[in-house]
Design a binder for this molecule. Structure first.
Ligand SMILES: Cc1ncc(COP(=O)(O)O)c(C=O)c1O
Length: 366
């Protein structure tokens, strides 16, 4: 038996008829971009997370990039974020000419360290960019309090946290904007690339709507500088169908997480804590192990797939290491990157498969 980390083909039959109908409807509608499917998905997704506006875009990366641009962040500005993230968080900051300031994470939950955040604010700081990695979340109360005290923008990277709540409110609705990715492996995954920005700010929303389509007003005149960052009608239609089963599929993910929480008892393995007041969506189920190489061999020999999110922190990657002027020490980030491992978790993983993963982990020894 081979246990996979991602297997959309397994859950596809549950919604396949609806998906094919939706694709056919769009093909025959004669409107492939910015039509009724996008309007409807945006309305439903905004409703789902409890935001006033949703702007559908091409990807999570463009959601971050456009948010930064729309908030006026550019050359010479500093954006405080973490290095244990997916590269696009940093790519988006660089794409608008700003500089990322990497700070360390807390050893307990492996999310942005608020003390480090406060220590790194200076006159060039314009924005805080917390990353809700793995479906966990950052302490948004502390982020908002700090942002308010220093008049900083807040952009939430929710690419991995669709369905996560903090203090009974969806992540993405705390900051100036919340940026979601619908890359196929995400909790809410399109069948292709897509993303969305949510915001409660009317003016920001209308700016973002114009910016995703060349800065056009309704008469196709560019009133502000923009780009092409439009979600497609086909992906919007697909996402609308998947949103209707989202809570049900999320429940199954949580079911798998419970089997792992209750079953894993190997003293060589631990899990990052969940921040207080966070109800996670378990985009990834992450464990820590000091003997990760041996554990990877063990899982491989038992036909269990796994991921590492992520093996190299961004400040140590060749593309971005030159941005750090002095040798930057992020000891907790660096240590965690050597110890973390993501177990299989998705809506189609059976409890038998999850129990088999637990059994294999509990037999691991060195
Ligand atoms: C934390 C994080 N931020 C941003 C992104 C970018 O999303 P996308 O791949 O849709 O551009 C991802 C996607 O993998 C991500 O995991």
């Amino acid at each position: 038996m081979s246990i996979k980390t991602f297997d959309y083909l397994k859950s596809l039959p549950e919604i396949e008829h609806k998906i094919l109908d939706a694709i056919s409807r769009v093909l025959h509608s004669n409107q492939l971009i910015l039509g009724p499917e996008t309007d409807l998905f945006e309305q439903k997704f905004a409703q789902y997370v409890g935001a006033k506006h949703c702007i559908g875009v091409t990807s999570g990366t463009t959601a971050l990039h456009l948010s930064l641009l729309a908030l006026g962040i550019g050359a010479g500005d500093e954006v405080i974020t973490v290095s244990n993230t997916c590269t696009p968080t940093i790519a988006a900051i660089r794409l608008c000419g700003a500089n990322p300031v990497f700070i360390d994470i807390s050893d307990d939950d492996l999310m942005m360290d608020i003390t480090q955040l406060k220590m790194n604010i200076n006159e060039r700081t314009r924005c805080i960019l917390p990353v809700h990695l793995w479906g966990s979340c950052v302490n948004m109360s502390a982020i908002l309090e700090t942002a308010k005290a220093h008049n900083l923008a807040v952009i939430e990277d929710c690419a991995q946290a669709c369905g996560t709540t903090y203090r009974n409110q969806h992540v993405g609705t705390y900051g100036d904007t919340g940026c979601f990715s619908f890359y196929p492996t995400k909790n809410l995954g399109a069948y292709g690339d897509a993303g969305a920005i949510v915001t409660n700010d009317d003016q920001l929303a209308s700016r973002l709507r114009m910016m995703r389509t060349y800065g056009y007003d309704t008469s196709a005149v560019s009133q502000i500088e923009g780009m092409n960052a439009r979600i497609s009608e086909i992906q919007s239609a697909i996402l609308h169908i998947k949103l209707q089963v989202f809570d049900q599929w999320l429940e199954r993910r949580l079911g798998v997480s419970k089997i792992y929480n209750q079953g894993i008892s190997n003293h060589l393995i631990s899990s990052p804590q969940l921040p207080q007041d966070c109800v996670p969506s378990y985009h990834q189920y992450v464990i820590r192990c000091k003997y990760r190489d041996e554990l990877m061999d063990w899982l491989q020999s038992n036909n269990i797939a796994f991921g590492i999110h992520y093996p190299v922190p961004v400040h140590l990657m060749p593309a971005y290491s030159s941005l750090v002027s002095k040798p930057l020490k992020l000891p907790i980030t660096e240590q965690s990157c050597n110890e973390i491992l993501s177990l299989p978790i998705h809506e189609a993983l059976t409890s038998e498969e999850a129990k088999s993963v637990v059994g294999t982990l509990n037999q691991f020894n060195i």
